[in-house]
Design a binder for this molecule. Structure first.
Ligand code: KIV
Ligand code: ZN
Length: 386
């Protein structure tokens, strides 16, 4: 792995599956895991094995079929969680245990009713115990986004001393600004003793719509793993969207940060996850929404027909979308009508187009969107063909 390679840690099947009302069965999880492996993710977080027998079984079955990616199971800093996760991961070619504990004052005082020193001891013990089962141990400092940086650095040093290979810095509540999150990662890179023995990981939630921006700031400032989900699904406002961070890095090559993702699978992956979970992405969702490559206003359509790049920064084929869509509405111009008419077999002269355009507009005023059969009808009914 080059120093500029960003590891993609997919948690669709763990943090993503925490969406209210969504439950995948083991079969559905296996299909998604297989596709994630093909997509090229580096790590698949397959579940939280101690949470239920079903989750244990899913992690165990996924461990058996995944060929390339590391398979990871989540635990709390609790011995039994770690033992159960190790058991569920025993068939994985590359197993990883993801253990951790809350580190913000809010978690220490209200959730654990304890002290910072006790949190450090629990963190050390959990990583050490996990290391007795697997070599690859990731430590998460829950609510790191609201944890004081000096204490967070001590937590990271403790986890590294116990053998952690990855340090996850979650903005659990999606509170940080991109500049703050980036500065936090930079601070840890510069102040944690032994940091060269581990990589820093971004795990950002989307409560303020900043998950993608925060993850990108994290990697610009030295993190080398991004934790994300397909379509950005997850509890509350969700997690960082995998397709967004991957395409941000791809479309900005001067950042010199790349991933191992086969981007032409992104659209299909998004559809698979939506369909399996019964959660539909909003039409304007970046990269994979149904309108992400659709143009409906006359000015934009004219520009795109002349040169796609006028209004598109991504070639739709790069993410697995066959083509840009020129949507015909009452706001479309002659260029769009001529373009769509040609696609269905009518090569219109300028004069013919003027003629048909008037009929098209009165038709379009009555209908939201004009489809191919409407185009046939409008042209066939026009004076041109009488
Ligand atoms: O958001 C979070 O803090 C988490 C951890 C459990 C990794 O999902
Ligand atoms: Zn999370």
């Amino acid at each position: 792995m080059s120093n500029n390679n960003i590891q993609i840690f997919d948690t669709t099947l763990r943090d993503g599956e925490q969406v209210p009302g969504c439950k995948l069965n083991t079969e559905q999880k296996l299909v998604i895991a297989e596709q994630l492996d093909e997509l090229g993710v580096d790590v698949i977080e397959a579940g939280f094995p101690v949470s239920s027998p079903g989750d244990f079984k899913s992690v165990e079955e996924i461990s058996k079929i995944v060929k390339n990616a590391t398979v990871c199971g989540l635990t709390r800093s609790v011995q039994n969680d770690i033992k159960v996760a190790a058991e569920a991961l025993k068939y994985a070619v590359k197993p990883r245990i993801h253990t951790g504990i809350g580190t913000s004052d809010s978690h220490i005082i209200h959730k654990f009713k304890t002290t910072q020193e006790d949190i450090l001891q629990r963190a050390f013990a959990a990583v050490k115990y996990a290391k007795s089962f697997v070599e690859d141990v990731e430590f998460y400092a829950e609510d790191a986004g609201r944890t004081d940086n000096e204490f967070l650095a001590r937590v990271c040093e403790t986890a590294i001393k116990a053998g952690a290979t990855v340090l996850n810095i979650p903005d659990t509540t999606g509170y940080c600004l991109p500049s703050e999150y980036g500065a936090k990662i930079k601070y840890l890179k510069e102040n944690v003793k032994g940091i060269e023995k581990a990589i820093l990981s971004c795990h950002c939630h989307n409560d303020l719509g900043l998950a993608t921006a925060n993850s990108i700031e994290g990697v610009i400032n030295g993190a080398r793993q991004i934790e994300c989900t397909i379509n950005g699904i997850g509890e509350r406002a969700g997690n960082t969207a995998l397709e967004e961070v991957v395409m941000v890095l791809k479309q900005h090559p001067y950042l010199d940060l790349d991933t191992n993702i086969n981007t032409s699978m992104l659209y299909g992956m998004s559809q698979l996850v939506s369909d399996s979970m019964g959660i539909y992405t909003q039409p304007n969702k970046a990269i994979v929404g149904s309108n992400a490559f659709a143009h409906s206003s006359g000015i934009h359509q004219d520009g795109v027909i002349k040169n796609r790049e006028t209004y598109e920064i991504i070639d739709p084929k790069d993410v697995g979308v066959t083509d840009s869509a020129i949507v015909l509405t009452a706001r479309s111009g002659r260029a769009a009508l001529a373009y769509r008419a040609k696609k269905v077999g009518y090569e219109l002269t300028k004069l013919q187009l003027d003629e048909v355009y008037a009929d098209f507009l009165s038709f379009a005023d009555k209908k939201k969107e004009i489809d191919d059969s409407d185009i046939h009808q409008i042209i066939e009914k026009s004076k041109l063909y009488q």
